[in-house]
Design a protein around this ligand. Structure first.
Ligand code: PHE
Length: 488
């Protein structure tokens, strides 16, 4: 059989993995979580989370890909027969994520265009919700699609398609740019941010730990789930990327490099966002708490507002910020596609990668249209909530039990150990066998409890069921079908 294609060298692999890991989760999810959960206390919890769970699991995933030279479906299948199905489920979730991730990309393109003239004006909230999204009046009104969003969306899908169309070959070329540019720009943005008056208000909120917050279970759950989401774990992505590493390469050192690169992007984003928002609170004479919002509104409402107020360099800062957002998001988006197409290619080796990626992109774009409609942001928010809090958690739980408690899992450990110059020692076993499952079960139970206390974001229950629960029910069903691919 023909040898599997490899990354040109280990640095390209690391860039691709950092590119996937560093995304919107670093730019807007992390700073907000840090702010909500005691600033530096969260940062510390996050670092502990990386050490306890993130690094062992990332080692597992890249090592599994490398050992089997297969993407998620066949890789899991090699541990235990029947578990190929788990891989397909992870990949179906990838597919759901990429459909809505692309909507955010299309907002980003529109904001980049506006950046040159600061076209959002003074009421940045009205601009985002009423002008860009033209948000519908309630959950049950889907509404039409705004042309600029559609154009951004198509543009985004074309870009993502051509990044992924030749698998690692095309990705290798793209990540040299998309995974390095954010570092350079964030560095420039940091210089602007920390030299603003009032920056220290934001930075102290970000860095100084509120020690009592560390006793809060919620802080730990938030930090650990951020570790999962941020390292793109449990989606099958790192298995696919690892599978293109030569079988004999080291594992652990690369994992450490990837984790560090990803952490650095979070840290840099936090400094930029918090320094700037600190300035904004000083300028407006408002309490720091009032200027901060999480999620999309941080990037598309609060940050543009802060940019308006800058004493100088506002246009370059605006342009650079949205270029960062786009470059961070795009390599996360195509990694999702790549993980899926690699697994299909493993099963259907005679079909060209171009065709597989084209089929996935076309279906993904069609489904994704839903998220750029006037009601789209609520559907997006709902699906994201269920995917991150349940889909991902359940997959990760099965994954850690599967590897932690089987003989093949033990062999995987030996394999990684034999290849790596540094080894995690007994830590790996303890983490995969006990800590990770324990944390995931706690997370699952707490999340479910919260779900029943009040509907997420006050959305109607039918809406949550349709756009959140139903897709997750479809995942195992679709996976059943996928599992028969290439079985003759
Ligand atoms: N790691 C990405 C982020 O932090 C999110 C992501 C998860 C992207 C899984 C791809 C796959 O934004």
């Amino acid at each position: 059989m023909k040898d599997r294609k490899n990354w040109p060298n280990k640095w390209i692999f690391i860039l691709a993995a950092v590119g996937s890991a560093a995304g919107l989760g670093n730019l807007w999810r992390f700073p907000f979580l840090a702010y909500e959960h005691g600033g530096g206390a969260f940062l510390l919890a996050l670092i502990i989370g990386y050490l306890l769970i993130g690094i062992p699991l990332l080692t597992l995933e890249t090592g599994l890909g490398q050992k089997t030279q297969k993407a998620a479906a066949d890789a899991y299948g090699s541990i235990k027969k029947g578990f190929r199905y788990l891989g397909w489920s992870a990949l179906s979730i990838c597919f759901l994520v990429v459909t809505y991730y692309m909507a955010v990309l299309s907002w980003g393109f529109n904001y980049l265009k506006e950046s040159f003239s600061l076209g959002w004006g003074s009421d940045t909230s009205a601009f985002f919700f009423d002008k860009v999204l033209n948000i519908s009046k309630d959950f049950s009104t889907i509404g039409g699609i705004e042309n600029p969003l559609l154009i951004g969306f198509i543009f985004g899908w074309i870009a993502v398609y051509f990044a992924a169309w030749k698998g690692v070959e095309s990705i290798s070329k793209v990540v040299v740019w998309t995974a390095t540019i954010p570092f350079l720009i964030l560095f420039a943005l940091i210089l602007r941010s920390v030299t603003l008056p009032g920056a220290s208000i934001g930075l102290s909120a970000f860095f100084i730990p509120e020690w009592q917050a560390m006793a809060d279970l919620q802080l730990w759950l938030a930090a650990l789930s951020q570790v999962f989401f941020s390292l793109s774990l449990a989606f099958g992505i790192m298995i696919a990327y690892g599978s293109y590493q030569p079988k004999n390469s080291g594992v652990v050192k690369n994992v450490l490099r990837i984790t560090f690169g990803n952490f650095l992007v979070s840290l840099m984003s936090g400094i930029v966002v918090f320094g700037t928002l600190g300035y904004m609170s000083l300028e407006q004479g408002s309490a720091f708490k009032e200027v901060v919002a999480g999620g999309p509104s941080l990037a598309f409402v609060a940050f543009p507002k802060a940019i308006n107020l800058l004493p100088s360099f506002s246009v370059p800062v605006a342009v650079l910020f949205f270029v960062t957002l786009l470059t961070l998001a795009i390599d996360s988006a195509f990694s999702l596609l790549e993980a899926f197409s690699s697994a299909i290619k493993d099963r259907l080796p005679t079909v060209s990668t171009e065709k597989i990626v084209l089929a996935l992109s076309s279906i993904g774009a069609l489904v994704g249209l839903l998220f750029i409609t006037e009601g789209g942001i609520r559907f997006l928010d709902t699906l994201d909530h269920f995917v991150v809090n349940y889909g991902l958690v359940i997959i990760a739980l099965i994954e850690s039990l599967l590897v932690g408690w089987t003989k093949k899992g033990e062999e995987l450990k030996e394999f990684i150990k034999s290849k790596s110059e540094v080894w995690l020692g007994r830590w790996w076993g303890i983490s995969i066998k006990y800590l990770t499952p324990l944390f995931l079960i706690t997370l699952l139970v707490t999340n479910a409890y919260k779900e029943f206390q009040a509907p997420y974001e006050g959305y109607p229950v039918w809406g949550l069921l349709t756009f959140g629960v139903l897709p997750l029910i479809l995942v195992p069903l679709v996976s059943l079908k996928l599992d028969s691919l290439g079985n003759s």
